[in-house]
Design a protein around this ligand. Structure first.
Ligand code: F6P
Length: 342
């Protein structure tokens, strides 16, 4: 069989380890042939591929980013998009199956294409860790590690100046990165999309911390809304899937906190730094295992399924399981963390 691999959507530390795991097991154990689609679904739609022999994946599991490139291309759009055209392109290139590594947008597209008869299996990917049906996504651990290191640095400068520091982290729909990095760094308030808070409540936590002689630290996820906001702060238009590009809530909160508390306040947006660079050992191992399991899905013809982590086991679940629900931070996890606020 000739198998095409693609990485689509926002990149994520560990993508290369998935590619390596799939290619190595596919060649060593199952004697398969691999190609890579360049730039996600764009490569599928345009038939833009490169060969992926064993030598091409040598030593790449420690590399950030993706050797295949990525994009937010929608495979149903454009003159060569849609299932019939894509099937014709795959037939022309002699490709029998696709391993799609991506988040909710990618897997939703993969599900629609599978329903139309294409042979696709998925590997879940997102730093946000917001996909249901898998306990963790690779890339999340690295993002939390990077965010924690950055927030630790913000803390020392905040302490020198007796300032309140606001650190904005990624998290479009869910607050996993904020919860974990905030807890690790000892934040005095963690603000997540699942739990809107009033500006007065945030100011109260900040004031308490200052009154105890601390430089207050607030960690906020980009998708957080105050109780006065109707939707997350967005000032950079829409992405290719029509979703608002988020970012900037920290800058919005800082002057409000300063006005309410009288404490000089600075905001820092960590942004894409959280997605770049070397994956942690945990993410490399998880990604490698998922890549190897994805090949088993292809060999067994488990089209329309993705590999997932359940406890310490890798399992196969239907795309719909991943897409039905977002994996939000449970209330009990937020309540537990908030004992330490203020
Ligand atoms: O979905 C992962 C994510 O990192 C979100 O947290 C963020 O909103 C988005 O991607 C950013 O996307 P882009 O790289 O297109 O700016």
């Amino acid at each position: 069989m000739k198998i095409g691999i693609l990485t689509s959507g926002g990149d994520c530390p560990g993508l290369n380890a998935v590619i390596r795991g799939a290619v190595l097991k596919g060649i060593k154990i199952h004697d398969q042939e691999f190609v890579g689609f360049l730039d996600g679904w764009r490569g599928v739609v345009d038939g833009d591929i490169i060969d992926l022999p064993r030598t091409s994946v040598r030593g790449i599991s420690k590399q950030g980013g993706t050797i295949l490139g990525t994009s937010r291309t929608n495979p149903f759009e454009g003159p060569n998009g849609g299932p019939e055209k894509i099937k014709a392109t795959m037939d022309r290139l002699g490709i029998d199956a696709i391993i799609a590594i991506g988040g909710e947008g990618t897997l939703a597209a993969a599900q629609r294409l599978t329903d139309a008869g294409l042979n696709i299996v998925g590997v879940p990917k997102t730093v946000d860790n917001d996909l249901d049906a898998t306990d963790y996504t690779f890339g999340f651990d690295t993002a939390v590690q990077i965010a924690t290191e950055a927030i630790d640095r913000l803390r020392t400068t905040g302490e020198s100046h007796h300032r309140c520091m606001v650190a904005e982290v990624m998290g479009r729909h869910v607050g996993w990165i904020a919860l974990h990095s905030g807890m690790a760094a000892g934040a005095h308030a963690i603000l997540i999309p699942e739990n809107p808070q009033s500006l007065d409540q945030i100011a109260e936590w900040v004031t308490h911390a200052r009154d105890r002689g601390r430089a207050p630290l607030v960690v906020v996820a980009e998708g957080f809304v105050t109780t006065d906001m109707e939707s997350p702060h967005s000032e950079r238009g829409l992405d290719a899937f029509g979703r608002p590009r988020l970012g900037g809530i920290g800058e919005l909160l800082a002057p409000e906190i300063e006005a309410r508390t009288g404490i000089e306040t600075r905001a820092t947006v960590l942004g894409h730094i959280q997605r770049g660079g070397v994956p942690t050992a945990y993410d490399r191992v998880l990604a490698t295992r998922l890549g190897m399991a994805a090949i088993d899905s292809v060999i067994d013809g488990l089209w329309g399924t993705m590999v997932a982590l359940h406890g310490t086991d890798i399992v196969h679940v239907g795309f719909e399981k991943a897409l039905d629900n977002l994996k939000t931070v449970p209330q009990r996890r937020y309540d537990e963390a908030s004992i330490l606020f203020g």
